[in-house]
Structure formats: C-alpha cells, structure tokens
Ligand binder design. Structure first.
Ligand code: UD1
Ligand code: UDP
Length: 370
C-alpha cells in the first residue's frame, strides 16, 4: 500500500511526523511525502528535526499569501504530483488550507483520504477562520476519520459520518511531545543545544510564554493582546518570551513590544527548544491549537486569546481558560495566576485529555486493517 502524507505548515508537520515514522516502520507499506510548503522556513525547521525528506515539494509559499493562492497552487501542484506518486491512500492532518486542498485533489484523483485530527468543531464558521470550514470540507472528502477524542467522534457522528469509518486515536501531537520530552530528559547534548537556543533563564522573574497567529485576531485582537502584554511586563516580576510567527500581520502586531526590557520577541523556535521553553513557563498565553493540546500534558496553565475553541476538553478539566483579547480581562486573568498560588496550582495539574502517545500506531493500524 502506497501511503502519501500531504502537509504544508509547521503544526501539520509536527503532528504527522510520528505517523510518518510509524508508516516507515510498518512492513508492506510504501510511505511517501509531498509538502505543499504553504510554510517554508517554519516547515523546514520540522522536516530537519524529524529527518523527513519529501518526495515532492510544491514550494508554493509567497509573501503575505492569500487563501485563493494557497488553495489553487496546492490543488494544481497536487494534480500534477498524484499521477506520478500513485498513492493508494492520501493522509491529511487538521484544518489548514493545504489540508482541504490536498483532500480535494485526492478526491479528484480518485484516491481515498484519511483525515488525522478529524471532528474538531467550534460550530462557528467565522472562528477559527478559515479553519472551521477547512475541517468540515475535509470531513466530507475523507474515507477514514481519525478524531483525537470521544467528543470529536461525537461531532462526526452528528454530521452523519458512519461509525465504522471512525477510529478515535488520540492526538498525534502528544506522540510528538512525548518524544521531544524523552529526548530533552535523556540526551544532555540535545537538551543543552535546545537551552542554548533560548533566552537565558531569569530566576528572579516568572516566565510567560506567548504565541499568536489566528487570522480572526488580525483586525485588532493581536494588538489588544500586545497591550495586555506590555501591562503585564510593566509589573516587574515577569519575563515575557514571545516567539513571533512569520506571518507579516503577526509581526506587525508584535513589533511595538520590541525594546521593552522584560519582553523577548524572538524568531520561531525549533520544536525541541520550544518544548523546553513551555516546560520553563509559569503560564502560557496563546491562540495556538497545538499549544492548547500540549500544555495540559506539561501541567502548564493556558489563557487562550480566542472567543471560542474546538478543543473543549482541557477547558472542562480546568487547565485551559478561554479569555479572548480584551486587555483588561487578559491582564486580570494572568494576574490571578501570578498572585494567587492556589489558583495557579489548580490550573497546573498535568493531564492528557488529547492523547496517550500512541495515536500514530492506531492510525496506521486502522489503515492497514482496511
Ligand atoms: C497557517 C494556517 C493556519 C495554521 C497556521 C499554523 C491556513 C489558511 N492557515 O496560518 O490554519 O494554524 O498556519 O502556523 O491554512 N510565512 C513565512 N514563512 C513561513 C511561514 C509563513 O514567511 O515559514 C509568512 C509568509 O509571508 C506567508 C504568511 O506568513 O505568506 C502567511 O502564511 P499562511 O500559511 O498563509 O498563514 P498562517 O498565518 O501561517
Ligand atoms: N511551535 C514551535 N515553535 C514555535 C511555536 C510553536 O515548534 O516557536 C510548535 C508548538 O509546540 C505546536 C505547534 O508549533 O506543536 C503549533 O503551531 P502553530 O501555533 O503555528 O499552529 P496551530 O497549532 O495553531 O495550528
């Protein structure tokens, strides 16, 4: 069986790397990889770490690209690549525009699609935008559905997906995270290299780790988060480290924070240093999907700068709080975690609502079982 994984962005690569490894280890399978390279530098960081050499690289990324460009360039590139790669199965992950375009290209080519991280829903097509639509369209195009949780499975069943087509697997990001933690704990040379990529620890101040990139936060949301971060940094007892996503809209919104003595604006980190940084953090402020999934496994409280989430499990468990982007509210909720040790402890319980590290094995078994 020729199994082609298609992906384009940093989080897809992190989440598919454990699947690709498992496909390589499984006798009787021919694993193939095609990247759209909707991201370039941030994708290559992950390909290097996991030693993934794509069979095809569509290299579509353009500066400040639009959704129509990503969709049409990926679709056209895949229309040319699929007849050459001759896959029996195409695997896609999550909810990016690459995910949707690759599932559509496979459908046009008559190739069955497996959708990793299926079934996440906010119920609101405007948030996350365009991801909520991308994942719904991927569901319609997929033959195998791999939801991470029981709740995601229930969403698929409610939309009429047949139970027999669904396998609850856990999220593969937890496979990747556990691998990264194992390397950091067992390999002093790589742990040292990861630490060397980070700003030096500041024992006098607690660390707040920040990321952000959602398109629905471009028109004001990211700027409001920046206002809140400045006020938190002015407290004098915290250090904020903000690896800034390469999207020009994100960089523009973060730029006014440059030069603040308690704020480090840094380039996107390789995955191992980023995991090391999450482990150092006192709290995390983010709109990232992947970080919302990883942080509970590390016992780190998360304030989510969104109005809604498709990842309700950690919110229900109390380690993730949906705050939105109002600066007063964000400062107040962060201050509570900084000033009330009992509140911080309550949100810092490590648990794994999104997976047990075995998701890739379940996905490959479901594929090979037919
Ligand atoms: C994309 C996905 C989003 C996902 C996110 C993960 C879509 C529509 N968006 O958002 O679902 O959560 O990735 O990070 O699929 N850029 C670079 N180098 C890079 C990456 C991006 O320069 O390695 C810049 C380019 O100018 C590019 C722009 O960022 O045009 C936007 O990239 P794009 O993939 O369109 O959107 P993201 O915000 O990264
Ligand atoms: N990440 C990383 N380096 C960084 C920031 C994030 O390796 O500087 C990882 C993070 O651990 C998670 C993934 O990238 O696994 C999340 O990617 P992103 O926030 O870009 O996308 P999303 O998950 O929101 O789609």
């Amino acid at each position: 069986m020729r199994v082609l994984t298609v992906f384009g962005t940093r989080p897809e690569a992190i989440k598919l790397a454990p699947v690709i490894r498992r496909l390589r280890e499984t006798p009787g399978l021919t694993p193939l990889v095609c990247v759209t390279a909707q991201h370039r530098q941030m994708l290559d960081q992950v390909l290097d770490l996991f030693a993934i050499r794509p069979d095809r690289d569509l290299d579509i990324m353009r500066h400040a690209q639009g959704l129509t460009w990503i969709t049409t360039a990926a679709l056209q590139g895949l229309a040319e690549a699929l007849p050459e790669l001759r896959p029996d199965v195409v695997l896609v992950q999550g909810d990016t525009t690459t995910t949707f375009a690759a599932a559509l290209a496979a459908f046009y080519a008559g190739v069955k699609v497996g959708h990793v991280e299926a079934g996440l829903r906010t119920g609101d097509l405007s948030a996350p935008w365009p991801e909520e639509m991308n994942r719904r369209l991927a569901t319609r195009l997929a033959h195998w559905h791999f939801p991470p949780t029981a709740e995601a499975r229930a969403n698929l069943l409610a939309e009429g997906v047949a139970d027999a087509a669904i396998t609850v697997t856990g999220n593969t990001v937890i496979d990747a995270l556990f691998d990264a933690v194992a390397i950091l704990d067992a390999d002093p040379a790589r742990a040292g290299a990861a630490a060397a990529a980070l700003p030096p620890p500041d024992p006098a101040r607690r660390l707040i780790l920040v990321t952000g990139h959602r398109r629905e936060n471009f028109s004001g949301g990211l700027a409001r988060v920046a206002t809140a971060l400045r006020r938190l940094a002015d407290r004098g007892d915290v250090r904020i480290v903000y690896p800034v996503h390469l999207n020009p809209a994100v960089r523009e919104a973060a730029a006014p924070l440059a030069g603040h003595p308690a704020i480090d604006l840094i380039e996107p980190l390789d995955y191992l240093p980023f995991v090391a940084l999450m482990r150092r953090a006192h709290l995390i402020i983010t709109d990232s999907g992947g970080v919302q999934e990883e942080a509970p496994s590390l016992g780190k409280p998360v304030l989510v700068t969104r109005e809604t989430t498709e990842r309700p499990e950690a919110v229900a468990a109390g380690t993730v709080e949906l705050v939105g982007t109002d600066p007063d509210l964000l400062v107040a909720r962060a201050a509570r975690l900084l000033d009330d040790p009992a509140a911080w402890r309550q949100m810092s319980i490590a648990h794994n609502p999104y997976g047990d590290g075995q998701a890739a094995a379940r996905i490959v078994k479901a594929l090979t079982d037919g």
